[in-house]
Design a protein around this ligand. Sequence first.
Ligand code: FES
Length: 494
Amino acid sequence: MSSLLTLSRAARLVGVTRGALQKKIKDGELTTFEGMVQPGELLRVYPQARLEDNALLEKLTELKDGAFARRLRERILPDPEVLAVRVAELGRELAESQDELMRYRAASHELETRLQALIAQLPAAARPLAEAVRDHFREQLLQVDTEAGHHQLAVRESFMRVMVAHVQVVPSQREFFVEGSDNLLDAALRSGLALNYGCSNGNCGLCKARVVTGQVKKVRNHDYVLSEAEKHDGMVLMCCNTAVTDCVIEAEEAGSAQEIPLQQIATRVKSIDRLAPDLVRLHVQTPRTRRLRFLAGQYVTLQTGETPAVDYPIASCPCDDRNLQFHIHRMPDNPFAEYVLDNLKNGDTVQLLGPRGDFVLNEDSPRALVFIAWDTGFAPIKSLIEHAMALDVAESIHLYWLSDSAHGHYLANQCRSWSDALDNFHFTAVSLPDAAASDPDRMRSEIERVVHDHPGLREFDFYVAGSGTLLDSAHEVFIRHGLPDNQLNLGYPR
Ligand code: FES
C-alpha cells in the first residue's frame, strides 16, 4: 500500500466524508504530513470496525447519484482492458513488495544470527542488555506481522485501485475518482469540479486536457481533431477518455461565474411535478449535445409560449448539466408561471438563456456552511447544497428553511435524507405565520436565532436566499454582529 494517502483516498478507505477528516485534522485528532495521511495514523483514529462498514459512503454515493439523474451510473465494472491494466500494475507492485519482503526477512534473519553469536561471546554481565535489544527486535517484527488493521486497509486499498482511478487536477490540486465506465469529464462534474467544457460529446474541443502522468483510454470516438503536436504533448478530450490508472491531468477550471459563457438552449419539458397546490417542479432537458454549463446557485431566463421571459434560479446540481430543475409557483403578476402551471406539458419547448448571477459557492473557503432559505429561495440553496456535497470539503452544513403555510417545506423529505446520510448535515425547518415574509422584525429575530446558534460567527460562510425582507434583515443582523462582508452571500429575492 502507498505509504501516504491523499485525504480523498483516506476518506474513502475508512468510509467517511472528506469534510469529517478535515474536521479531525483541524481539531488536532488526526496528524497529516504535507496534507497526506499515514495509514497507521488513519487506523489509530478510525479503528478497523469502520473498514467493514461502507454504509456512509454508500449513502453519500446514493445522494450524489440522485443529484446526477442524467447519466444514472450503471454499477458495472470498468472496461475489461482497463481492469487488465490495473490488475497487471497491482501484480507488478505485489511482485516488487514480495521481493523486498524476502530481502528484509533474509536481512533480519542474518541480524538475529549475528546478535546471537555476539551474545554468546559477551561477558555474563553485559549479556542482559544485548538480550534485551534482541528481544525488542523480535517483538517489533512480531508486531508488524500481526497488525490486522493494516492488512485490511491494504486489501481494501488494492481493491479500490482496481475498481476506481484517482485523478488529480493541476494547477488547482482538486481531486476526483473515476468509477465504472465513466469518462473523465462526467466523473469530474459529479465531484463538483468546474472544468472547462462545451458539448460533452467530442465536437467542440473545449474539454482538452493534458495528461501529465498516468494512462487514459479513449471510450468514445470524436469529431474534434487534435493536432499531432497536441497529441504529442499528451492532450486528450476529457469527455471521450477514461482513466486507466491513477492520473495527474492539467486542465482549466472556471474560477468565477464570469468565466462561464452565456448560452442559449431550446430545452424540452421532461416532467412537471406538483409540490404544493400552486407550486411545481419543472424539469427540462437540454439536447444531448447542448448541455448547460453553470455554477450552483446561478439563474437563467426562461421563456415559453407567448409569455414574457422570467428569471429563475436553477434548483439542480451542475453535476447534471442536461437535466435542469426549477421551482415555479403561481404569482398574480407572472404570466409565465401561470402558463407553466396551467398549460405547459411534457415535450413542450422552453427557451433558456444563461447562466447569470454570482450567488455561488466560495470553493476555496475552509469554513463550515450555513444556508438560510425562505420559501422557494430553497431552489438555489438546494443547488448549492448538492454542489457542496459533491465537492465534499465542507466540515459541516446547516440548512435553515423558513416557510409559511402557502408552500410549507415542500421538499422536506429530501432535506431529511441529507441529514440521515451525513453526520455533518443539520436541517432546521422553521414554520412561520403567513405574513412573516414581509415582516422585518420577524425576519430579524429569525436571523438573530441563527446567530445565537453559531457563536463563532466568523468560522462560517452564510448563504441566504428568499424574500427581499429576509435578505435585508440578514445583511443588517450579520454585519451588526461582526460577520465580514465576504462571508455573507445573498441570493435572489423571490
Ligand atoms: S466537451 Fe466538447 S469535445 Fe469534450
